[in-house]
Each structure stands twice: as structure tokens, then as C-alpha cells.
Design a protein around this ligand. Structure first.
Ligand code: ATP
Length: 357
């Protein structure tokens, strides 16, 4: 579901470090103007893939194309990409403006042009007033924006971001997420970001590649990946998931520790083993009603986590199983609606469950 022609193409890309297959065969297209994220747990190979795109690492096999040109053997400085590092790597002894101007000076651009472009970039990242300061006189978020301005000022075709928000505290991270997306839209340059933070990837990206063990397991829009994960790993890694393993029987799924079968939206061939995944917010919880029927289960509230806007519950169903439920605290209660130890009934519509192989 690309938004345009591919600007980046990975073809059968592999990278081994001795016995370790850091990247174990990746084919991937990234479209012009996308905000694309490589997402996965530590060690999944996402940084190695980004570094190969930057030219900082040579692939063991495969080709990389940027804008239709094979750049696999092109050195980093000659690729139309610019990388923003986690540490920002600003020059401490230079002013903010000189930091941003550095690349243009190296290219030998005329000073009038440099001045205009630096001023434009500082305005874009809302640091127009800060040109004369040194990096140590800025906050972490402001330093991050200087690094971004320095990246963008050379008008690269692609900007690469390695965990760009890792150094920021939570509140600032959120603000900066919106800020980065705004800037990216405004300049229209393709961004490729590496992150292990799924919420960050979801909030910022046009599309995400979820990686594990050197492979891409799913590529899609944040919504597709969250609502329709292709496999168990993606379902678990993105958001929270309740998993029900069972065997198809009649119209539903028999799950060993549940009294009633799970209703399925589409019946499966009898005897098929599958996992059904249901997100916690898709489950309705009430204190009234029958506790048996298709996708209706009685349980007892074992744990409650109050997060202000939402509460999360662990509901014991049967002897062992804890079902996760989240619900928005829409009303202004003084007393919680449900308490630990309450008997409740959980239910969900079969359309809200996802059948995984
Ligand atoms: P993190 O989020 O922790 O940075 P990552 O997904 O970015 O992880 P990579 O840095 O790409 O993972 O590493 C993938 C695998 O390759 C890991 O097992 C790592 O130890 C290994 N690896 C990476 N760089 C090298 C190297 N220069 N030499 C040897 N092994 C390496």
C-alpha cells in the first residue's frame, strides 16, 4: 500500500557478522515521501539494515537501490541520504547556526546561500532565535531539532533516523513525535526510522516493517499491523494481545481451558489448529448478564491498573487463564466501576478477533 513510486528498494539483502545472520534476506520497497519505520526487538537487525542503506555497512548479499540507481557499491558520502544519529553528534564548540551550516560549507556553497538555507531550516525546526547559542545551552529536544536541521539542510532524498527520540523524556518525546511528523510532511522528504518503541512507530509512520531475527515479518500501515497482525510474533510485539490456542470444531474453536467454544467469524475446517487473538480494548466487561455463550465468559477481576484515562484489568477465566481487558474511563466516577474480586462477564464480537496460523 505504497503512496508513490519506490524510492528505496532492498533486494535479497543479507548481512552476516561471522556466524551471526544480522539480516537474513530482506526484500522491501519504501515509497517516495513515506515516513517508514523499521521496528523490532533488540538484535533483530533493524540498525544493520539502516546502516547498509546509509552505506556504513556492506551487505553480504543483495542489492540496494535509491531512486532507481543501484547504490550497493556507492560510498556513504555519495549516496543521496543523510543520517541523524542517536547521539545527535553536534559540534560542541560551534554555534547552532554553524552546526547546521557545516555540510553546506564543506560543499563550498556561496555564503549568501548558506545563510538563507540555514535560516530557513532553523525556522522550520522552530529554532530561529537560537542560531547563536552553543549546543550545551539547549535542551535535549532542541538539540535533536538542530541535528534534524543539519540533516535536512543538504536536501537529501532520504533521511535516516536511528532511535531519534531515545534521549528525550516521555512528555518531550510525544511532542517531538508530532513535531518530526510535521516537519517531514512539510519538506516531503522520505524518512526511514529505526525504533524498538512500537507506540512511537505507530504514532509517526505511514508504514512499518516489523522485524525479528533478521527478517521482515510484516509490512503495513500502523492500523493494518495492529488490527490484522500476520502472525503471533507481530500480534504480541505490537500492543497487547490475548491468545487463545484451540482446534476448530463445528462453527467454533475448542480451547482446552474454556467452558464454551469461541465463536469464529468464518468457520474453519474441523481439526485445524489455530490461535485466536483478541485485543484487550475489544473485550466488553460487565457485571451483569449470563456468563456462558458464544464468546461470553464469566470471570473474576484479579488485578486492576488505573492509568487515569484508561484502566487495565486482568480477569481470571477458568483456573489459570488471565484475560487482559482495557476500558476507557469515560465518566467522572468517585468510585471505581469494577473492583478486584468482582464477578464479571467478558464478551466480544467474533469480527473483533483475528485468527492466526
Ligand atoms: P538494537 O535495538 O539493540 O540496536 P538492532 O535490531 O538494531 O538492535 P542490530 O544492531 O542490527 O540489531 O544487530 C543485529 C545482530 O547483529 C545482533 O545480534 C548484533 O549483536 C549483531 N551485530 C551487529 N553489529 C555487529 C558487528 N559489527 N559485529 C558483530 N555482530 C554485530
Amino acid at each position: 500500500m505504497s503512496t508513490g513510486a519506490p524510492v528505496i528498494r532492498f533486494e535479497g539483502i543479507r548481512k552476516s557478522f561471522g556466524p551471526v545472520d544480522a539480516v537474513a534476506g530482506v526484500d522491501l520497497d519504501i515509497a517516495e515521501g513515506e515516513f517508514f519505520s523499521l521496528l523490532g526487538p533488540s538484535g533483530c537487525g533493524k540498525t544493520t539494515l539502516l546502516r547498509m542503506l546509509a552505506g556504513l555497512e556492506d551487505p553480504s548479499a543483495g542489492r540496494i537501490r535509491i531512486g532507481g540507481n543501484d547504490v550497493t557499491d556507492v560510498p556513504p558520502f555519495a549516496r543521496p541520504v543523510n543520517m541523524m544519529f542517536q547521539s545527535y553528534a553536534l559540534f560542541p564548540h560551534m554555534s547552532v547556526a554553524d552546526n547546521v551550516a557545516f555540510g553546506l560549507k564543506q560543499e563550498g556553497r556561496p555564503s549568501a546561500e548558506i545563510k538563507t538555507r540555514v535560516a530557513e531550516m532553523l525556522d522550520l525546526v522552530q529554532l530561529g532565535e537560537f542560531g547563536k547559542r552553543r549546543p550545551h545551552q539547549l535542551s535535549g529536544g532542541q538539540r535533536q531539532r538542530v541535528a534534524l536541521a543539519r540533516c535536512l539542510v543538504k536536501h537529501p532524498r532520504v533521511v535516516l533516523l536511528d532511535e531519534p527520540l531515545a534521549a528525550l523524556d516521555r512528555k518531550l518525546r510525544e511532542q517531538t513525535q508530532f513535531e518530526l511528523v510535521r516537519i517531514q510532511k512539510q519538506v516531503g522528504i522520505t524518512f526511514v526510522m529505526v525504533t524498538h518503541d512500537q507506540e512511537e512507530a505507530m504514532a509517526m509512520s505511514t508504514r512499518i516493517a516489523v522485524m525479528n531475527k533478521g527478517r521482515v515479518l510484516q509490512v503495513g500501515r500502523p492500523h493494518d499491523i495492529y488490527e490484522y497482525p500476520a502472525n503471533r510474533f507481530v500480534a504480541d510485539f505490537i500492543g497487547e494481545a490475548n491468545m487463545f490456542e484451540g482446534v476448530a470444531e463445528g462453527e467454533g474453536l475448542r480451547v482446552a481451558d474454556l467452558e464454551c467454544p469461541l465463536a469464529l467469524e468464518k468457520p474453519l475446517a474441523a481439526g485445524t489448529s489455530v490461535v485466536v487473538m483478541v485485543r484487550p480494548e475489544k473485550i466488553a466487561m460487565s457485571r451483569d448478564g449470563d456468563g456462558a455463550g458464544a464468546n461470553r465468559f464469566a470471570g473474576e477481576v484479579a488485578e486492576i491498573g488505573y492509568h487515569g484515562g484508561v484502566s487495565s484489568y486482568r480477569v481470571r477465566v477458568g483456573a489459570e487463564r488471565l484475560v487482559r481487558v482495557t476500558s476507557a474511563n469515560r465518566r467522572h466516577h468517585t468510585e471505581p466501576a469494577v473492583e478486584r474480586g468482582d464477578r464479571v462477564v467478558l464478551s466480544w464480537h467474533p469480527a473483533n478477533a483475528v485468527v492466526l496460523p
